[in-house]
Design a protein around this ligand. Structure first.
Ligand code: HGY
Ligand code: MN
Ligand code: MN
Ligand code: MN
Length: 425
């Protein structure tokens, strides 16, 4: 019986996708790094006797079937599903995604031992799932796999998304043995999911804030997911006149870089002026991007989040108006396009309450925690009862190499996840 701890599972992949230039990890979906993480997961699941398959949307399913099930397909309907993702942001941390996948494998080890000893009698099948393109780092739309599964994105639009090299998602999917015609809402697969539970590294300072820490500055090791802030991504394309850096007088320029730079400052000011808003420009791409070339276009990506979706929309509208005024003053034009949007998610309160009871067999306290980070669990919440567990991240930093989880907390996360799953099995 496999008894790998979550820490040894994570140690086994610690060198996969290291980004020497950026630091941290770059494991874009269907990159060599992420493909080798998929192989790692499939090998770990297979050695545990789980039955592994990949569905038409590229989601991997590792099935722990009911003992003695005569009709396996029927016995999988309404299963208990856990899991997360293996892709990362550029230069991301080691835990965002993989902690949930590794913890699911380690929690299976705990539960399988309980079943073998007779301490666990299951009423339903369980699956560990791995969702592709959760970060949207390659094709621009976050949670692409779960959005395709639920129909939250039109498959035609998804298939035509392009990565930085111009490859379409359809081309990359085909190159990875998938049939583009198979993508889209998948009722039969959705029918397999009775509940979905995702364990994830905490990505903010929540558990380290004064609200939860004691005099020694220590807070709870775990939290239960409460809400996910509504969030979206927009692209602002500033178009000016490309020209020669040496022959074009300063007074004779329509330089989109100037408009984009002022817009970045306006985004910061607008976000800071709105309580509990998060407004970010993390990506800026001048075209053509030559040192001695005045850009002809600058693409700027905007990430805006707020608990109230109407305020998110108002902020984007405000920023769009500012961008139009700034562009006009620089003799440029600007085009706003929405890349993706997710409404604020309130996790199933009954399930959150049940999770809070189960995790207390491992930790004394696990507060309900809202998060500003999106997750596949947030997308699936529109279809099935969904819950999340967060594991303390002492750095309070994520989407960066400093993201961190202490071994003991990771182990507590596995035990709590095992108890949560056992109570739902
Ligand atoms: O962007 C997010 O919140 C998530 O990490 N994809
Ligand atoms: Mn994540
Ligand atoms: Mn992330
Ligand atoms: Mn020249």
């Amino acid at each position: 019986m496999q008894t790998s701890t979550v820490n040894s599972l994570l140690a086994a992949i610690a060198d996969v996708g290291r980004d020497q230039k950026r630091g941290g990890y770059s494991r874009a979906v269907y990159s060599d790094a992420e493909l080798s993480l998929r192989e790692w997961f499939i090998a770990e699941a297979t050695t545990r006797g789980l039955e592994v398959s990949t569905d038409a949307n590229g989601i991997i399913w590792a099935w722990w079937d009911l003992p003695g099930a005569t009709d396996v397909a029927a016995s999988r309907r309404g299963a208990l599903v856990t899991g997360s993702h293996l892709d990362s942001v550029p230069g991301g941390g080691a835990f965002d995604g993989p902690l949930g996948v590794a913890s699911s494998l380690a929690a299976y080890d705990v539960l399988a031992a309980r079943e073998a000893s007779g301490a666990l009698l299951r009423n339903r099948a369980m699956a560990i799932s791995v969702f592709p393109e959760e970060e949207g780092s390659r094709f621009g739309v976050a949670c692409l796999g779960s959005r395709l599964l639920t129909g939250a994105i039109d498959p035609v639009r998804a298939l035509n998304l392009r990565d930085a090299a111009g490859n379409t998602f359809a081309d990359v999917a085909k190159a990875n043995g998938m049939d583009p015609a198979g993508f889209g809402r998948d009722e039969s697969t959705l029918g397999l999911i009775g509940d979905f539970i995702e364990l994830h590294v905490e990505q903010g300072k929540g558990l380290n804030s004064e609200a939860f820490t004691d005099a020694a500055g220590r807070g709870p090791a775990l939290a239960v997911g409460d809400t996910i802030l509504g969030h979206g991504r927009w692209k602002l394309s500033f178009t000016g006149q490309g020209n020669h850096a040496g022959t074009t007088l300063m007074s004779d320029r329509s330089d989109p870089m100037l408009a984009a730079a002022q817009c970045v400052v306006a985004v910061r000011q607008t976000g800071a002026a709105q309580d509990n808003a998060r407004a970010t420009v993390g990506r800026l791409e001048p075209v053509p991007g030559g040192t001695n070339v005045i850009a002809s276009r600058v693409d700027l990506w905007l990430d805006v989040r707020h608990p109230d979706d109407a305020i998110t929309a108002m902020l984007v509208e405000k920023i769009h108006g500012q961008a139009q005024r700034i562009a006009a003053l620089e003799g440029c034009s600007v085009l706003l396009t929405e890349e993706s949007f997710s409404n604020t998610v309130h996790f199933d309160p009954a399930l959150a309450k049940a999770l809070s009871v189960s995790v207390r067999r491992t930790v004394a306290d696990a507060p309900l925690l809202p998060t500003g980070a999106g997750h596949d669990a947030g997308v699936l919440a529109s279809e099935v009862p969904t819950g999340m567990l967060y594991v303390r991240n002492p750095s309070g930093i994520s989407h960066s190499p400093e993201e961190y989880v202490e071994n003991d907390d990771a182990h507590a996360g596995v035990l709590a996840l095992a108890d949560v799953l056992e109570d739902l099995l």
